[in-house]
Design a protein around this ligand. Structure first.
Ligand code: SF4
Length: 477
């Protein structure tokens, strides 16, 4: 039984193979190194999860539909026009929330993240009502909503304010009509954005973050500077600049091929100039976004804090990832990306996680935290202390444990290590560097996955894992 057209199910399968989740190497362990056994052991059944008393949860809800598919996009989403699919998916998501609420048994939930895809196109009020009814939403609390300019109107913005959205994240990607055309994104957003931005402020949503991508096809240094300057003049609370990177198998990759060295350098130069412009306009880099006020920074940073404290992220929705902090260790979950399987699991009263990995030894737990914190581009002394087991303040001991890896990064000029780890920084787009933190056991599981690809995205994984010597060649300095 499926509530969705066979065509949509097939398109979602294809969309998944075009995401960076498919070969995701930015989780620990990477998705492809997860197996079914841990899932069966820890996710089946109906008993409440065995969380420690101090655990708090964040709910990440994935909404995988958009009104059109941007050709560069590596998020797990596909273009869906028929409203009946939105309603059917919302039904399924609410069923999954019901299953999780039984397993959470009143545990504190300190954040909601509606991501996608375009959650603003769904009946988000219904999803929030279901969430509020079933979970223990407790302060301090954040509620992030992702949207595109064309998915918003005054009624929706008022509804977002009413249900307590604390941060609206608007994907703009570019202010250039030529770029929008090149990436299959509606030019109508250029007219819609100033209008909905004003409406959002009038509705009382003052914490608005706008996302841009630098280095997209047809973007020039001039067009990027002009677009960013116009945006800065509007004074949104936050601006996020992504650096464009071509993902194999996306339509844009097929059209333009891999980025050349000069395109990569141009992208880097745009980012640097953009960061300087933002700095001179009073925006500060808070580990992810450039924000005018540290209190309005990306709640993903709060998720980061939760990771550091080994708290839980519940990943609900098609293809969502989660991380459950149980007394016995951390269970990393990956929901199925097949709509057919998602619907079947929920109809059978089962959580739709299809892969999982259980981390129980201290080394793997700390490696996992390093990877998650490194995603935010910055590790400070406080971050490092957060990685240590409670009561253990021995930073030098932690350094000793990972000295080869840190020494290697230092030698490569990727980090600067001051006395006892006072600060390390690196460019967050240097994702391949995370791989040095994989333990030999995880690398072994990756190799096994490479020999037996289980879904099309694994091909990307193969390329990534073999394209460089990411393990330290010898003792680091
Ligand atoms: S609207 Fe956003 S999530 Fe959807 S395809 Fe475009 S960039 Fe991706």
């Amino acid at each position: 039984m499926t509530l969705f057209d066979a065509g949509l199910v097939a398109r979602l399968d294809k969309a998944y193979s075009q995401t960076n989740y498919a070969g995701l190497h930015t989780t620990y362990p990477p998705v492809y190194a997860r197996g079914a056994a841990a899932q069966e052991a820890a996710l089946s059944g109906t008993a409440p999860f065995d969380f420690p008393a101090w655990n708090a949860c964040t709910l990440y809800l994935h909404f995988p539909f958009c009104s059109s598919k941007c050709s560069f996009c590596r998020q797990f989403s596909c273009a869906v026009g028929d409203r009946k699919h939105y309603a059917a998916y919302t039904d399924l998501l609410c069923r999954e929330l019901a299953l999780y609420s039984d397993r959470l048994a009143g545990s504190r939930v300190s954040g909601l993240y509606f991501g996608g895809g375009t959650p603003a196109l769904f009946d988000f009020e219904r999803v929030f009502a279901e969430t509020a009814r079933r979970f223990n939403l407790a302060a301090p609390y954040f509620f992030n909503m992702e949207a595109t300019p064309c998915s918003l109107d005054l009624d929706k913005l008022r509804a977002m304010k009413r249900i307590g959205v604390t941060r609206l994240c608007v994907g703009l990607q570019s202010m250039s009509p030529a770029v929008l055309k090149a990436i299959n994104r509606p030019a109508a957003q250029l007219k819609a954005f100033p209008e909905v931005y004003g409406q959002a402020l009038r509705a009382g949503l003052d914490n608005i973050c706008v996302e841009l991508v630098c280095g997209l096809p047809e973007e020039t240094a001039d067009s990027f500077r002009q677009g960013l300057s116009a945006l800065i003049a509007m004074r949104p609370a936050g601006i996020h600049i992504y650096k464009f990177s071509q993902i194999p198998s996306t339509p844009l990759f097929r059209k333009y091929g891999p980025q050349t060295e000069s395109q990569l350098l141009a992208t880097q130069a745009m980012y640097k100039e953009g960061a300087a412009l933002l700095d001179s306009a009073g925006y500060r880099y808070y580990g992810d976004d450039f924000s005018r006020d540290s209190g309005q920074r990306n709640p993903m940073i709060h998720r980061q804090a939760e990771y550091a404290g080994f708290n839980s992220v519940i990943g609900a929705g098609l293809g969502a990832l989660g991380s459950l902090r149980l007394k016995s260790g951390v269970l990393k979950t990956s929901n199925t990306r097949s709509m057919r399987d998602y619907a079947a699991a929920l109809s059978g009263g089962r959580l739709p996680a299809e892969r999982a990995a259980f981390l129980e030894n201290g080394d793997d737990l700390i490696r996992a935290q390093l990877v998650h914190q490194a995603l935010f581009g910055r590790l400070t002394r406080a971050d490092m202390r957060g990685l240590l087991p409670a009561g253990d303040k021995d930073l030098k001991g932690l350094y000793g444990r990972f000295s080869r890896e840190f020494g290697f990064l230092q030698k490569e000029g990727k980090i600067k290590i001051a006395a006892d780890f006072s600060e390390m920084t690196w460019d967050p787009s240097d994702l391949p560097w995370f791989r040095i933190f994989y333990s030999p056991a995880v690398l072994e599981r990756c190799e096994a996955a490479i020999e037996r690809p289980t879904f099309p995205g694994d091909f990307q994984t193969i390329c990534r894992l073999r394209d460089g010597d990411f393990l330290p060649a010898g003792p680091g300095g």
